[in-house]
Design a protein around this ligand. Structure first.
Ligand code: SF4
Ligand code: SF4
Length: 360
């Protein structure tokens, strides 16, 4: 049976340390040691016991963890979809091969600008070679995330990065750099223009566009989103100390050790109203909510997806895959397996923080 009692996604911090120091980031230090692999293995076991469907390894910079590839393999052994987000600096052909072998499903790489500046060194100039290696050697999906917002000196860079990512066969997304508590800082007209330009050139599938745009488009226009945040239940953020938090921007709430986290807590926290929801920019949590929205009212959700797509392209015809998924949901054959199939089919490879620093 499909159930609301299990986490869909957990972001697991494997080290707080980062090899960069982006000026807008509140998610790193340059001293913390990696969380011991044995501790992380235990956390993966506990998450599996809760029924968690997908794990994202994050940080800091998760590739600094000396046992990251064995941790990926461990998460996959539990049957979870496994993703990893990175600033890309440590990507090499040898590491890509190790991640292939470990069974990584998705990798997120975050690029902030075309050339390094005082705010960030995550630039296309430095990382382009890494993107080429990923295009050539990776058997997992790669998504390149660029950003718009405060601290990005040249908004047009986001377009350059998105175009290059697609040229190499990677997916691309655009995130919004947030203010305190994950809240929206209004975008300037030029930033909104760049966003519209990138969206206009998108080639990704219908689901990708539908779920990603609906939240993001409101925020880009400065409008609140009407949604229920299920963080603490359907989404978990596990910090380096093993505490469960709502997300990277509300660390310490509820702040319960994962060892003590129960299914009852998953249900109770998912149900709690979060006052920060309307202007929240944490995409991965919104995408988890999107999945539940589909499950709650599949017919309406699918109609909205098609309607949204037709607004963008009047000649749009519902593809066979969408019709199949529609019947799958409508027939109510919900199960753990179906949910995982939906995560994959719905492009929820997008289940990640929208900038590297946000980490859910
Ligand atoms: S709405 Fe949810 S995801 Fe967003 S900041 Fe609040 S708790 Fe975090
Ligand atoms: S944004 Fe990412 S790369 Fe930059 S300092 Fe933060 S964790 Fe490191």
């Amino acid at each position: 049976m499909y159930t609301l009692e299990v986490p869909i996604l957990a972001n697991v911090v494997v080290t707080r340390r980062c090899n960069l120091s982006c000026s807008y980031c509140n998610q790193y230090d340059n001293v913390s040691p990696p969380v011991p692999a044995s501790t992380l293995r235990r956390r993966l076991e506990l998450l599996a016991q809760l029924g968690t469907l997908a794990i994202t390894f994050t940080g800091g910079e998760p590739l600094l963890h000396p046992e990251i590839t064995t941790l990926v393999a461990e998460a996959r052994r539990y049957g979870a979809i496994c993703t990893l987000n990175t600033n890309g600096y440590l990507v090499t052909p040898a590491l890509i091969e190790q991640l292939n072998q470990a069974g990584l499903d998705y990798l997120w790489i975050s690029i902030d600008n075309a050339t390094p500046d005082e705010a960030s060194n995550k630039s296309l100039k430095v990382l382009d070679r890494k993107l080429e290696w990923l295009a050539k050697f990776a058997t997992f999906h790669v998504t390149v995330n660029s950003v718009l917002g405060a601290g990005v000196r040249h908004p047009e860079d986001a377009h350059t990065i998105a175009r290059r990512a697609r040229e190499l066969g990677h997916k691309s997304t655009v995130g919004i750099i947030h203010g305190e508590g994950g809240q929206l800082i209004q975008l300037e007209p030029q930033q909104r223009h760049v966003y519209a330009r990138i969206q206009g050139e998108r080639t990704e599938g219908v689901f990708w566009l539908a779920h990603y745009d609906s939240f993001q488009e409101s925020l880009i226009s400065g409008r609140p989103n009407d949604w229920h945040c299920t963080a603490g239940g359907r989404f978990l953020y596990i910090c380096e100390d093993g505490l469960v938090s709502y997300c990277s921007q509300r660390r310490g709430e509820p702040g319960v050790p994962l060892e003590q986290y129960t299914t009852q807590m998953v249900v109770a926290e998912a149900a709690k109203k979060k006052p920060c929801a309307p202007f929240c920019t944490i995409n991965c949590v919104q995408q988890v909510a999107y999945l539940d929205r589909i499950r709650a009212n599949p017919k309406q959700a699918f109609e909205k997806i098609v309607e949204h797509r037709r607004r963008m392209d009047p000649s749009f015809r519902t593809p066979l895959g969408l019709r199949l998924l529609n019947s799958m949901f409508l027939e109510g054959k919900g199960s753990r397996l179906w949910t995982k199939a939906a995560i994959l089919a719905l492009g929820l490879r997008n289940l990640k923080p929208h900038t590297h620093c946000d980490h859910g």
